[in-house]
Design a protein around this ligand. Structure first.
Ligand code: UTP
Length: 408
């Protein structure tokens, strides 16, 4: 794209301020900015005015989870089916590590955070060790895809390479970068993070499959015969990945996606709850639960909306390809966005100053026809690290690791 074309695009979208410092840039910076302008979808910034509004929701109904008691009864059957699929190379893992981890407040990728007390125990290490348990039990290497973003890609790759992937087989690890979206003020004017660069942020945790396709990894999936992809968050240091029992249960249920869920610890706990929305699987956010929904009971007299999601899903690959071209809703999230002020000075805001635009995995699930919510024991599988202290923090995760006999 040349300067004239860039001006035309910016003019049309009310973003001419992007070129304010253009004349001060060197040739390489000019070219980089023109390329960024060419690649940026400014249309999405019009959604800034929808901040906090959310999209219209349909009619919610409960979706029964496969509970621990049922799982115990069928554990051998589920595990056998899961082990068979893993041994046949049909199951891959995909780590979502493209997030910014702003709440944790470290400049490094979240997975590089060291939660050890007497020795090094990095978040990435905990995750890989958990996956290695399954590799050993099934005597099969599972392809591990790792999604990064342009903000943390180099550091992530460098770190894991230096640590020899914590014992994982290097040629069974594939990195890919997720797409970025521009970040703007509340009027939809894109922020500049440098004189020659607009502010961007990763486009949300639903960006993973389209980014995989963009990276051409569908060829790898097809060549290797991968039929199931277990996606999981970087920050849960206890989660089991490609857990054969969960894999088998999802396959035997004939579901297009399996979702690990935990029993909520209070009716108003701030987790998304697995449910049906207009008859299709979905997730209702805790703040969307009406009193009536909180009071609703299932056949056994237990709360009907009782199982929270932990961002650990097993997706059927052909089903993902079927929905890949669908436009997912855009969520407008208020965040702190670093920028340069009128004098060209960098500012790191203390409080939210604008919007990021994200697509969320819950909307992907809603596109699918069937979902199996699969209960896991919270204390054994859910230790998320979002903050340094308090709820879902380094502190709480350390406590839970200790309870599970993990040395820190
Ligand atoms: P969170 O919603 O906790 O976001 O991500 P975050 O960016 O890591 O943290 P904060 O909100 O800035 O503190 C849940 C999971 O989804 C991944 C994260 O890396 C994490 O594993 N994620 C999130 C992505 O991979 N890409 C995104 O665009 C957003």
């Amino acid at each position: 794209m040349n300067l004239e074309q860039a001006k035309e695009k910016l003019e049309k979208n009310g973003q001419m301020h992007v070129l304010k410092y253009y004349d001060e840039l060197d040739d390489a910076q000019k070219q980089a900015l023109l390329t960024q302008i060419e690649e940026t979808d400014f249309e999405i910034l019009k959604n800034a005015k929808n901040l906090g509004k959310g999209s219209e929701r349909g009619k919610f109904a409960p979706l029964a989870a496969t509970q621990l008691s049922e799982i115990e009864k069928r554990r051998d059957e589920f595990t056998k089916a899961g082990v068979e699929a893993i041994k046949a190379g049909k199951v891959a893992a995909c780590l979502l590590a493209g997030g910014m981890g702003t709440r944790l407040g470290s400049d490094d990728p979240k997975g590089m955070y060291n939660i050890g007390l007497t020795k090094d125990v990095f978040i990435f290490q905990r995750i890989i060790e958990n996956l290695l348990d399954v590799v050993k039990a099934t005597d099969t290497w599972i392809h591990l895809f790792i999604m990064t973003s342009e903000k943390n890609h180099e550091k992530t790759v460098e770190f894991l390479t230096e640590k020899n992937f914590f014992g994982y087989k290097a040629d069974k690890v594939t990195f890919f970068k997720q797409d970025m979206a521009p970040a703007s003020d509340y009027d939809g004017k894109v922020y500049m993070e440098e004189k020659g660069r607009m502010s961007t942020s990763p486009n949300g945790n639903a960006g993973w499959f389209s980014s995989m396709l963009k990276a051409g990894l569908d060829e790898t999936l097809h060549a290797e015969g991968i039929e199931w992809i277990n996606i999981f968050a970087v920050d849960n240091v206890l989660q089991r990945i490609c857990d054969p029992c969960f894999v088998g249960a999802t396959i035997l249920a004939g579901a297009e996606v399996g979702s690990k869920v935990v029993k909520k610890n209070a009716p108003n706990e701030s987790v998304g709850v697995m449910c049906l929305e207009d008859g299709k699987p979905s997730i209702v956010e805790y703040y969307e639960l009406s009193q009536e929904m909180m009071d609703a009971k299932d056949e056994a007299g237990d709360p009907a909306y009782n199982y929270g999601v932990i961002l650990n899903y097993l997706f059927n690959e052909p089903a993902l390809e079927r929905i890949a071209r669908k436009e997912l809703p855009l969520h407008v999230v208020e965040k702190k966005i670093p920028y340069i002020d009128e004098n060209g000075e960098p500012v790191k805001p203390e409080k939210p100053n604008g919007c990021k635009f994200e697509q969320l995995v819950l909307d992907m699930i809603h596109e699918l026809d069937s979902c199996l919510p699969f209960e896991v024991v919270r204390e054994h599988e859910f230790a998320p690290i979002k903050n340094k202290t308090g709820v879902d923090s380094v502190e709480s995760a350390r406590e839970l690791c200790k309870k599970n006999g993990i040395e820190l």
